[in-house]
Design a protein around this ligand. Structure first.
Ligand code: PHE
Length: 454
């Protein structure tokens, strides 16, 4: 359903560019910062198993749907959903999926930018040789002092927001397509170097068994909800980021293979990050459940002990910033595309307005680690509330609605055409997962978490 907007909106140069851009969106802080710490908080192996299951039976089918919706509509997620709903003679209220996505994007980027700011701050620390020879305690108090300093966090948060909005203002395909192409392989290479360190110098066996020996007594409704929410978060699903990237996808690229590749890359990076971090945790008497500071308290230890650690550490945090950067732009892209359509803003104006608003919300997260650390709602700080609301509620809900739309509202032939699949076993498996398994699974996990069933 290519329409006249296509020329003005730009397209990825091809399959590889789309894969790298979508992988750039998927691979980010979620893989390297969040996955290890929530795995630690939720007791390890059983959580990892549920997360992997969610990627396979919920994440991949929904990602295929989100890309196909985007390409069919070729507009911002709000207008795409309204347009496709109209085409199927369904209520335009389906556009609310896009509205929720725009709101989720602003909320997610507001805290994502603060954490990316930590990574920026740690580039400076690594480069200054501050980790050299430091013990676990020193590294821990370094982190405590860092997040305790509201002004510093605010400065780094501001820098990251500016970096992100500058790229968004210029349009995604030009600068980003190139950047992602070199940075992603670099990040993976560095992770392998760190993996080598973890295998040889840290307690690899303990880390491995923490990640891969499931203790099912650790599972409960809220652990399962976190695993599912993280599957959505890490694959950038449910809020329109993948939909808008799909809207820039040329017509001749096949969706299913690209999606499987993206999901594989994303999962591989998360698992390798876990295999780097937990061996260091166990070798140094750290706590797996240390929370959001986990990565910032484990990796610096490794960097401080290895030869050339100042350089490797610096490169690593630079890469982490890049990983966050390529995700950050995709988080706000649906909102920016929509503001252009809706208000006729130019890209730079849309980026400035949304960037400023998002930055302001981010101040709440900055303060939640220091001055507002004791201001809580249901025991959650401002940051915790945003994280829970977006990852555990808004993204799965958005994904559920997209699955229902593609599985039940859209004609079967439309999805068959857009996916360019033959009506064979692969398509039928996808369609079955999407119509029955995915929605039921998401609903059960929701109900189970609020204690209605299970
Ligand atoms: N997937 C990104 C990460 O893992 C975060 C993200 C969420 C990006 C939602 C886009 C949309 O860091």
């Amino acid at each position: 359903m290519t329409n006249s907007h296509t020329q003005h909106r730009g397209l990825w140069s091809g399959r590889l560019a789309f894969i790298l851009a979508a992988a750039g969106s998927a691979v980010g802080l979620g893989n390297i910062w969040k996955f290890p710490y929530i795995t630690g908080e939720n007791g390890g192996g059983a959580f990892v198993l549920v997360y992997l299951l969610c990627i396979a039976i919920i994440g991949i089918p929904i990602m295929m749907s989100e890309v196909l919706l985007g390409r069919r509509g070729r507009l911002s997620p709000i207008k795409t959903m309204a347009l496709l709903a109209r085409a199927e003679k369904a209520p335009v209220a389906w556009g609310w999926i896009g509205i929720m996505g725009v709101v989720a994007g602003i909320l997610i980027l507001s805290y994502y930018s603060v954490i990316a700011g930590w990574a920026l701050g740690y580039v400076a620390r690594a480069a200054g040789g501050e980790f050299t020879g430091a013990d676990a305690q020193t590294i821990q108090s370094m982190f405590g002092g860092f997040v305790g300093d509201a002004e510093k966090l605010l400065g780094w948060h501001t820098l990251f927001m500016v970096m992100t909005m500058v790229v968004v203002a210029r349009g995604v395909s030009k600068g980003l397509e190139k950047a992602v192409m070199t940075l992603m392989p670099g990040l993976i290479l560095l992770l392998f170097i760190l993996l080598g360190y973890a295998i040889m110098k840290a307690d690899f066996a303990a880390g491995f068994s923490f990640l891969f020996s499931p203790d099912f007594s650790k599972l409960n409704g809220s652990v399962i909800l976190s695993a599912m929410g993280h599957a959505f978060f890490t694959l950038s699903l449910g809020m329109g980021a993948i939909m808008i990237y799909g809207s820039y996808l040329p017509d001749d690229v096949s969706i299913p293979k690209a999606v499987v590749t993206i999901a594989f890359l994303d999962t591989a990076v998360a698992l390798i990050a876990g295999l780097v971090i937990f061996p260091i945790v166990f070798a140094n008497g750290l706590e797996p459940a240390a929370g959001p500071g986990l990565v910032f308290q484990t990796l610096p230890l490794a960097f401080g002990q290895m030869s050339g650690g100042a350089i490797i550490g610096t490169i690593f945090f630079v890469m982490l910033v890049f990983a966050a950067w390529t995700s950050g732009i995709s988080i706000i892209e649906p909102a920016v595309a929509w503001a252009q359509e809706r208000f006729g803003f130019t890209r730079p104006v849309a980026a400035l307005v949304l960037g400023t608003g998002t930055w302001l919300v981010g101040v709440g997260t900055v303060l939640s680690f220091n001055l507002w650390a004791d201001v809580t709602l249901f025991g959650k700080t401002f940051f915790d509330v945003l994280d829970y609301l977006t990852a555990n509620i808004m993204l799965p809900l958005g994904g559920l609605l997209m699955a229902l739309f593609v599985g039940w509202v859209m004609q079967r032939q439309s999805s068959l055409d857009e996916l360019q699949m033959s009506d064979g076993i692969a398509y039928r498996l996808w369609y079955f997962l999407l119509r029955f398994v995915t929605p039921v699974a998401v609903i059960i996990v929701f109900l189970n978490a609020i204690g209605i069933i299970g």
